[in-house]
Design a protein. Structure first.
Length: 148
């Protein structure tokens, strides 16, 4: 649902600003931060955590459609499949590598002996990802804007 909403919003408002696709990606990432904080840092109520995990998916996962559309628009039609496939490959590979690295860090800081650390560690990991993607989406939007 989030991916569809991101795509529909970016298509609807792109005529007003060529940065719309990029801005939707950035706003979704920023809106995901409080939701992931509530999901991972509220440890006394499972239902609150679960609710905010759903909110996080609803608001923060809207970046996929605009990002792929920007890629498809800026490459030749014969290369679009390769570009999207490479994007999905790197997305999957970095997600897997990040999980492995998070496991190593969790073991180093003693999270198995103190499970309360997992929520804080997952929030920090998410914070790095969501904040780190903001300049990348900004640059992508500027390049997309200059291309179009």
């Amino acid at each position: 649902m989030s991916t569809l909403m991101g795509g529909l919003l970016s298509d609807k408002f792109e005529k007003k600003s060529r940065m719309t696709k990029s801005l939707i990606c950035m706003i979704g990432s920023l809106l995901g931060l409080p939701a992931i904080a509530m999901c991972t840092l509220v440890t006394n109520n499972f239902y609150v955590s679960l609710f905010f995990m759903a909110v996080k998916y609803l608001v923060a996962e809207c970046w996929m459609s605009p990002a792929i559309t920007m890629m498809q628009t800026t490459v030749k039609p014969e290369n679009q499949g390769n570009v999207v496939s490479a994007h999905l490959f790197y997305l999957t590979a970095s997600g897997c590598a990040s999980s492995v690295l998070l496991g190593f860090v969790a073991n180093i800081i003693g999270a198995p002996a103190n499970p309360a650390l997992y929520g804080k560690l997952i929030f920090l990991w998410s914070l790095i990802g969501y904040i780190g993607c903001l300049p990348c989406f900004w640059v992508a939007g500027k390049l997309y804007k200059s291309y179009i």
